[in-house]
Design a protein around this ligand. Structure first.
Ligand code: HEM
Length: 423
């Protein structure tokens, strides 16, 4: 298949499109439109989120998208069954530059009834029984990674701990055997960052190569599991595929999407939690004194510094939202990060506070039928990682320059140097 990234002229078109998009974002940003400003990527988007909220529950950005930073309205939009992921014609809005990757045929790009079928098949892999089974594995993986990293003077929390962990866990979940680990992890690390969007032709090419490699790995595994099924997700989906329930394209796309969605987000959950709590020692000390607070630390991190910053929906008919007329096929964007700090819902929303009493549920895992299927796994990984970190490195602190992502869709660090005497 000739792909966007393969041919020279397509490569040129891709670069031109990227250039035009950047120029448009810069121009509209200059006109004071907070959403287009946000799309350029900010290390700290929260001042812009406040500006979005000042414009009312929902407003139309210069780029034509409808944007909300309201918790109440955002929550309603994400749960609204008359709003979809796909335009009636065309794919996920904002993903046009990634038309060439298997995104739209994955669970993340599907609407019912296809979405319902895929979701039902995958759901049991994230149920309570499986999660408690994975917990023991995750704890072992955390200790193994720390054994290696904590022996040194200092280490990078992302590179050496929070980065590898979720990928190894997804490997377990999918049943990737040992002999494929190196290829899987290498390709997974190239695929993960694309959740930010494709930013250059080089990135697009590397991503394409990594997706091809993952496809190869998964194709071999599907063949293997069809003959000899195990207790893993690929076996379950392959058997369903054999019954004609899942196309090969859907199956491969689903496996790839797990590597994208489950990897970067969970890495950033752990990194953002450590960054927030070591930046406010009293919070870290609360966790140190009582590691059972780890689940609360995870929830407050998800609210305060959500790894996922936005979700989009599309009405297929004209609708009314907060008194505005929204045309069919418009893009409606929920700024999750803004909703999670809505002062109408949270006291002192800009303060990380793991003693918050019964806070309203954050929108970090979205809502409605697309509510993150991996939420129980992410929560368990986050809790386990924080517990192991605080117990083994109680004096953990940031020991060098932190590098944050500046992405409109994902919040996290690319570098987080830490040190602390290991127990
Ligand atoms: C802190 C970690 C995570 C965050 C913040 C997160 C966030 C999200 C969000 C916001 C959505 C919904 C997007 C929308 O409404 O359009 C979503 C969906 C999804 N997530 Fe996660 N996620 C996390 C971890 C994981 C993990 C660990 C996995 C799997 C291994 C995973 C797999 C998925 C899948 C497959 C979907 C699509 C669900 C559907 O459309 O039905 N996520 N996630």
């Amino acid at each position: 298949m000739t792909t966007l990234m393969d041919s020279k002229s397509a490569g040129f078109k891709f670069s031109a499109k990227l250039g035009v998009t950047r120029a448009l974002l810069r121009a509209f940003g200059l006109f004071g439109d907070p959403f287009t400003h946000l799309l350029q990527g900010k290390e700290d988007p929260y001042p812009l989120y406040a500006k979005v909220r000042q414009r009312g529950p929902i407003h139309r950005s210069h780029l034509g998208s409808w944007v909300t930073g309201s918790h109440e309205l955002g929550s309603k939009i994400l749960r609204d069954r008359t709003l979809f992921l796909n335009r009636e014609a065309g794919g996920v809005p904002g993903h046009e530059m990634m038309d060439d990757i298997p995104w739209n045929s994955s669970i993340l790009g599907l609407d019912p009834p296809d979405h319902t079928r895929l979701r039902r098949l995958a759901q049991p892999a994230f149920g309570p029984k499986m999660i408690s089974k994975y917990r023991i594995q995750v704890e072992k993986l955390c200790h193994g990674l720390l054994d290696e990293a904590a022996g040194r003077d200092g280490f990078d929390l992302i590179e050496d701990f929070a980065g590898p962990l979720p990928l190894l866990v997804i490997g377990e979940l999918l049943g990737v055997p040992e002999q494929y680990h190196e290829r899987f992890v290498k390709a997974g690390r190239k695929v993960g960052p694309v959740i930010d969007g494709v930013k250059s032709l080089k990135m697009a090419r590397e991503f394409r190569a990594a997706v091809d490699d993952l496809d190869q790995v998964f194709s071999e595994l599907i063949e293997l599991r069809a003959k000899d099924p195990g207790d893993d997700l690929i076996s379950r989906l392959t058997t369903a595929h054999g019954d004609g329930k899942l196309t090969t394209e859907e199956l491969l796309a689903f496996c790839t999407v797990l590597a994208v969605t489950g990897f970067e987000t969970t890495t950033n959950l752990i990194g953002n939690a450590v960054l927030a709590m070591t930046g406010d020692r009293a919070q870290w000390n609360l966790l140190k004194d009582d590691p059972d607070l780890a689940p609360r630390a995870v929830e407050e991190t998800l609210r305060y510094d959500s790894p996922a910053l936005q979700a989009q929906r599309v009405p297929h008919q004209d609708i009314a939202l907060a008194g505005h007329h929204i045309r069919a096929n418009s893009s409606v964007v929920v700024l999750i990060g803004a909703a999670n700090r809505d002062p109408e819902v949270y006291d002192e929303p800009d303060r990380f506070d793991l003693t918050r009493e019964d806070p309203a549920e954050h929108l970090s895992f979205s809502g409605g039928i697309h509510y993150c299927i991996g939420a129980p796994l992410a929560r368990m990984e986050g809790e386990t990682a924080l517990r192991v970190l605080v117990e083994r490195l109680p004096e953990l602190c940031v020991s060098g320059r932190v590098q944050r992502r500046s992405s409109p869709v994902i919040s996290g660090c690319t570098r987080l140097p830490v040190s602390g005497t290991a127990r």
